[in-house]
Design a protein around this ligand. Structure first.
Ligand code: CU
Length: 149
């Protein structure tokens, strides 16, 4: 049992010593719940590329039945939302931000246990097979974006 506890700590220390992490990572994750229960919520985060380019293929959550990656664009003066098909490139050593008003992940059928002030787990699947997981801060529909994540 002790080995299972020690391993992640050793990995974390090793990770800090590398100037450029080999693998992609994700941070600054948060979720805005819908104003009306049953409507979709949205997840935002920043994904950092590793040593080589990869593609973000899917973002999921054990607390949402279904998810879709979306991007916003202007179409004849109207803001439109469209699904990101075929994944999204994450450049080596670069970063891609999913932000309010830009790229976002729609979360459908969110668990009623996901509450403002709580956390939701987000999972990320890369084309390389790498899997990432992070805890997202949950805010209510009308709340401001959480600061200092
Ligand atoms: Cu959307």
């Amino acid at each position: 049992m002790r080995h299972f506890v020690l391993m992640p700590m050793l990995l974390a220390v090793a990770g800090c010593q590398q100037a450029v992490p080999k693998a992609a990572s994700v941070d600054s994750a948060w979720v805005r719940l819908p104003a009306v229960a049953g409507r979709p919520g949205a997840a935002y985060f920043t994904i950092h590329g590793g040593a080589v380019e990869d593609r973000l293929m899917e973002v999921g959550s054990p607390q949402a039945i279904r998810t879709e990656m979306h991007d916003m664009s202007m179409d004849g003066g109207v803001m439109k939302m469209a699904a990101i098909e075929g994944g999204l490139a994450v450049p080596a050593k670069g970063e891609v931000a999913f932000t309010s008003g830009g790229k976002h992940v729609m979360l459908f059928d969110i668990s009623p246990q996901a509450l403002p002030g709580g956390k939701m787990t987000l999972t990320f699947t890369m084309a390389s097979g790498q899997k990432l997981e992070t805890e997202a801060a949950v805010v209510a529909a009308g709340d401001e974006e959480p600061k200092a994540l």
